[in-house]
Each structure stands twice: as C-alpha cells, then as structure tokens.
Design a protein around this ligand. Structure first.
Ligand code: CP
Ligand code: NVA
Length: 304
C-alpha cells in the first residue's frame, strides 16, 4: 500500500481531520493525567530542517519520545542533503530506514518530490507555501475553546504567506469564511484563490476584515527567507497590526491566534499576547498533541 503523506490539509478529508482533532484533545488530556502511551514504540521519525524552528522541532521530537519512539534531527549542514545529493536519492535511502519523515524547507516542490520517492509517510513541517501542521493545532485550539468552527468568520490580518495559504485550505476543509486583510502586492496565491474563492474575501482594511469575526489571526511580516525585505515590509504592513482596538470590532467572544514567533510592536501590539481573547500558548502546546495524533494516523493508520 502506498504511504499516506501530509503535505497540505487537502491530504485528509474533513471527517478524518475532525476525528484527528478529537483524538488530539484526548491525547492532551491523557498526557496531562500522566498516562503512559507507547503506540509508536521502536518507531523512528526523521526530521529534516532546512529552516530554523523551536515549536516544530520540540513538538515532533518530544511527541515521538512520549509515544515510545524516537526522532532524528537532520540538518543540511551536516548531511549530504546540503552537499547536493538529489532529493529523490535521499528520500529512497532515508525512507528505507525510518517510519516517517518530517521536512521543513523552502520550495514546496521539495516535499512533493521527497514524498513521491518515499516509501514511508512524509509530513510538511512548513514550506514557503504551506504550514498545515500549524493549522491542526489552531483548529484543535479553536474547538477546545469555542466548539465547532463551522460557519464562523476568521480574519487573517497581514501577509498572504504560507500560514495564510493553509488558512485558505482550512476554510474549505472546516467550512468557515476567511477574510484576508493585506496590502496591495502581498495577496495570497492567485491559484489558491481561484480554487477557494467562494470561501475567501480579500480586503485592504483590517477593521473591515475583523468586523464581527470569531477568530483573528496574524503572522510575522517577513517570513524565513525574506529577511532582506524586512524594512520594505515594515513600511507596507504598518497599518496591519492586531491590537486591542482591532479586537474590539470583532465578535465579543473572538479569539486571537499567532503561530509564533511573534514580533511585538509589529504585527501585534505589545499587550496582545495577554489580551483576554489570546489563546497563543494553548495554540503552541497543541502542536504537540495534534502532531502526536497525526503521527499515529500516518504510521499506524489509527485515529482513536
Ligand atoms: N509556529 C512554528 O512553526 O514555530 P517554529 O518555527 O518555532 O517551529
Ligand atoms: N510565515 C512564517 C511562519 C513561521 C512559523 C515563516 O515562514 O517564517
């Protein structure tokens, strides 16, 4: 049987995603009660990081250990990946030795090529185009605080980047409407908009996007790989900040999320992380639980 991959949210059905999130909450509760679970005993996850990470690395590595398995950290600096060994050759070799592979890289095409040559499940842990693992944690967090997100309005404030793209996919998968407020020239991908146009509205004014919204989300103005654009982006995104004033135009029970790391004073005000609607720390912790559920699903084909 061909391995099941998780390169975007489109790799799972709505039903599977909902079951996975229920399972993730169950895993969180069991873990908090100190229950031992060794569902991935002796299993190995290879983790390829071509970009920096705190949350993704710690959550995958701790998650594998907590489920009785282990994780290998591979960076291009000290593997042959950084010396030009073809992606496909690396995929054949690595996937012949481990049970799953997680990749954080630049071009989305890299994870697709790796997956096509891999005999074990491949997980996209962020590319320039998508960050689906973060959406699992965000959707789990929304459900835990507010119940189903179906029919809700989500406001994305800022760059039409990898996180925004995964929110666009999520809008279709989880059945909510996404308002994107971004400056001209920083819109999400046109191809993705053509596919999900009925779910997404693009506006220029953050207050228009946030009006009555149930969830406000943002991300850094300059993503990894765009460090040279920091100054230009600071200028372009000056008016695109989530702050208590913007939260005030949203629904009274609106939540605030940010995948982190956050730049206080840029995309969020200095006081935003402590706002009563902020669930950023639960969101970060849920990376662990959602990905443990994902690893069990992909490696063991189980969702309970
Ligand atoms: N949100 C997220 O993916 O964080 P890291 O870059 O620290 O992994
Ligand atoms: N858009 C950000 C997300 C970091 C988790 C980046 O790609 O750097």
């Amino acid at each position: 049987m061909a391995a099941r991959h998780f390169l975007t949210l489109n790799d799972m059905s709505t039903g599977e995603l909902e079951q996975l999130l229920d399972h993730a909450s169950k895993l969180r509760n069991e873990w908090r009660q100190g229950k031992i679970r060794d569902s991935l005993k002796n299993r190995v996850l290879a983790m390829i990081f071509e970009k920096s990470s705190t949350r993704t690395r710690v959550s995958f590595e701790a998650g594998m250990t907590q489920l009785g398995g282990s994780a290998l950290f591979l960076s291009p600096r000290d593997t042959q990946l950084g010396r030009g060994e073809p992606i496909e050759d690396s995929a054949i070799v690595i996937s012949s030795m481990v049970d799953a592979v997680m990749i954080r890289t630049f071009a989305h095409d890299t994870v697709e090529r790796f997956a096509a040559a891999s005999r074990v499940p491949v997980i996209n842990a962020l590319t320039d185009d998508f960050h689906p693992c973060q959406l699992l944690a965000d959707m789990q967090t929304y459900r835990e605080h507010r119940g189903s997100i179906r029919g809700a309005t989500v406001a994305w404030i800022g760059d039409g980047n990898n996180m925004c793209h995964s929110y666009i996919n999520a809008a279709t998968r989880f059945d909510f409407h996404l308002n994107v407020a971004c400056p001209e020239g920083y819109e999400p991908s046109e191809a993705l908009m053509n596919e999900h146009g009925d779910r997404v509205t693009i506006v220029r004014d953050p207050a228009e996007a946030a009006k009555g919204a149930n969830l406000l989300v943002t991300d850094v103005w300059a993503s990894m790989g765009q460090e040279d654009e920091q100054k230009a982006r600071e200028k372009a995104f000056r008016d695109y900040q989530i702050n208590p004033g913007l939260m005030a135009v949203a629904d009274k029970d609106a939540l605030f999320m940010h995948c982190l790391p956050a730049h206080r004073g840029e995309e969020i005000s200095v006081d935003m992380m402590e706002h009563p609607g902020s669930v950023v720390w639960d969101e970060a912790e849920n990376r662990l639980h959602a990905q443990k559920a994902l690893l069990e699903f992909l490696i063991l084909n189980r969702l309970d």
